[in-house]
Design a protein around this ligand. Structure first.
Ligand code: ADP
Ligand code: MG
Length: 248
């Protein structure tokens, strides 16, 4: 048995009287793309926030690379190589794509000289390479605010990649993107996984997208883990079908 890269064990989280996550367990192995689905309000974003240390959990344990991170804060978890993106894009519209990339650079380097020299030139090259990777190289000096919403999502993805994460948690990456751009985004996510070796846990509302992307899928409903399995098993799971039908 190999140790999972991310191991969420019996995690619970409540906000006042609302139990957003109850006894949630989930595993992701290195190199996998795993899906997390569930109707609105089922607790998906809360689970992401708990994993990356955005808020403390009430109960359970979270392990990453064999280290318990349950009580670590966001910065420490990010430095271990675990990052998330947000359901709402977080880019600076009045800055260019390159500037958005450069302000996302990790602050790993130690000296001020590094900051001025190596970090800057290496960072600029990395920013250009990643903009090329997501198909935004020709827009590198355009204001991020002038990009289409789908392109902003791609920029945000590149901004996460510049930190060289081992694992990325993506919160509804295709939400609000027009259907013709969705395939391009799926393709970039798969390439990040295959070529850059980044493990992905993806919250996705679009069933077609997640079936195409993930090799294993977890489904939440009302804050609890309802089902897990292959895309095929999830597609045919009556509890999952009922949860989605009940939600619309
Ligand atoms: P999802 O991402 O699956 O749509 P969320 O995790 O955002 O679901 O929300 C799960 C439940 O937790 C909802 O009932 C939501 O209202 C509640 N919730 C989430 N975050 C907070 C918060 N910061 N304060 C209070 N309630 C919250
Ligand atoms: Mg959400």
């Amino acid at each position: 048995m190999t140790q999972p890269l991310l191991d969420v064990c019996n995690v619970s989280k409540a906000f006042g009287g609302v139990i957003a996550n109850r006894n949630i367990s989930l595993k992701v192995n290195r190199g996998q793309i795993v899906g997390l689905i569930g109707p609105n309000g089922s607790g998906k974003t809360t689970l992401f926030n708990s994993i990356v240390g955005y808020h403390p959990i009430d109960d359970g344990e979270i392990w990453f690379k064999g280290e318990e991170i349950s009580r670590y804060r966001v910065g420490r978890i990010a430095r271990l190589g675990l990052l998330r993106t947000f359901q709402q894009t977080r880019i600076y519209g009045r800055m260019t794509c390159m500037e958005n990339m450069l302000i996302s650079l990790p602050e790993r380097e130690s000296s001020f000289l590094d900051l001025l020299k190596s970090r800057h030139s290496a960072g600029i090259q990395r920013a250009k390479d990643l903009l090329e990777f997501v198909g935004l190289y020709s827009k590198r000096y355009h204001y991020a605010g002038d990009l289409s919403f789908g392109q902003q999502k791609l920029l945000e993805f590149a901004m996460a990649l510049i930190n060289e994460p081992e694992m990325l948690l993506l919160d509804e990456p295709t939400a609000g993107i027009n259907p013709t751009l969705i395939n391009g985004l799926i393709d970039r996510l798969k390439r990040a996984n295959e070529e850059l070796g980044i493990t992905l846990l993806v919250i996705e509302h679009n069933m077609r997208v997640i079936m195409n992307l993930a090799e294993h899928i977890y489904c939440l409903a009302h804050g609890e883990m309802l089902a897990e399995g292959s895309p095929e098993e999830i597609r045919n799971d009556q509890r999952v079908i009922d949860a989605y039908l009940g939600a619309h």
